[in-house]
Write a protein that binds this ligand. Sequence first.
Ligand SMILES: NC(=O)C1=CN([C@@H]2O[C@H](COP(=O)(O)OP(=O)(O)OC[C@H]3O[C@@H](n4cnc5c(N)ncnc54)[C@H](OP(=O)(O)O)[C@@H]3O)[C@@H](O)[C@H]2O)C=CC1
Ligand SMILES: O=C(CO)COP(=O)(O)O
Length: 331
Amino acid sequence: MNILVVGGGAWGTAISYILASNHHKILIWSKNEKVVESINRSSTNQVYFPLINLPSNIEATLTVSSLDSIDVVFIVIPSVAVRNTVEHLQKIGIRKDIKIVICSKGIEINSLKLMSEIVAEILPNDYAVLSGPNFANEVMQEKMTVSLCASTYPEMNTFVSKLMMRNHFLVLPNNQLIRIQVASAIKNIIAIACGIIEGADLGNNLKAAVLSCGHAEINQFIKLRGYKESKNSETESIDLCGIGDLMLTCCTPLSRNMRYGYEIGRYGVVKVANKIGLVEGVNTVKSLKSARISLPIIDAVHSIVSNRPLNTQGLYNLLYNSILKHCKEYA
Ligand SMILES: NC(=O)C1=CN([C@@H]2O[C@H](COP(=O)(O)OP(=O)(O)OC[C@H]3O[C@@H](n4cnc5c(N)ncnc54)[C@H](OP(=O)(O)O)[C@@H]3O)[C@@H](O)[C@H]2O)C=CC1
Ligand SMILES: O=C(CO)COP(=O)(O)O
């Protein structure tokens, strides 16, 4: 298959690595000249993975003006950029038979739309969401990884599994398109809270409480939004996004969201934001607040990331009160 991967960052490169290892022909679309030049010249991504050789069937481009030879498009960019990008695909005349796989984790500001809802609003194409506890750098090291693929187009799950399945990269079908996207977006907010707790040394007990309340807030958000989704049957016990990705992102400093929170907890401010890179949780918490969604842990993180530096006691008070509020309202 000829596959366009939109985004030459960490996850776009890892997705391309998997697909190219399965002998698909990959074109990465990146706006970063150094990324494009290094992929085309030396089969490496010098910005994101300078030490790892990429398969030679990955090429890159700075611009895409036609999708004539493309069969599948993977969208692997920050969630704030998804709408513009999908509109661009529409503008350049994406054929209806081109399949779309969404890999970005976030919720749109103001509209509160999930990434699949943005795609469905703009294009008539079949689409799926790929998500799970998947650090790009571990995928690049061929460490065992399991991901979920969800779609309302039943054949899409099998299609994506076939494209990507490798010994160390498993793709499981899932029928909870909404839940996996909500969980994948909100876990980034909870990871910021867990990073704050770690950085301010507020204790593992508090972290576990915040993580558990955060998990409940994923379900509460789904209820608040009035989403109705059938129960997942065959994979019900494998909650890779609600549990797996939440745990992964909240508990290891490999997560950018967790590191961001850690800096706030440790220093009161984020000292090296540009070194951390993309922190989807900050955008997501702003999106939720822009739509007046109010859930205790989410509110506490919003107030921490949007206010002046707080000292450890201030951070503790906010998180402590959010737990109390959560228990009062939902326990
Ligand atoms: N990293 C990971 O382990 C995982 C990430 N994800 C999700 O994938 C998405 C992308 O993350 P990731 O690859 O890590 O992020 P990175 O920051 O590593 O890469 C983002 C890519 O998108 C490009 N980009 C940035 N802004 C825009 C824009 N406005 N329009 C078009 N392209 C843009 C960047 O270009 P440039 O290089 O020029 O900045 C870069 O190529 C996120 O939603 C993330 O949550 C999901 C699973 C795992
Ligand atoms: O989503 C991820 C892992 O599943 C990546 O997490 P971060 O964006 O916090 O690094």
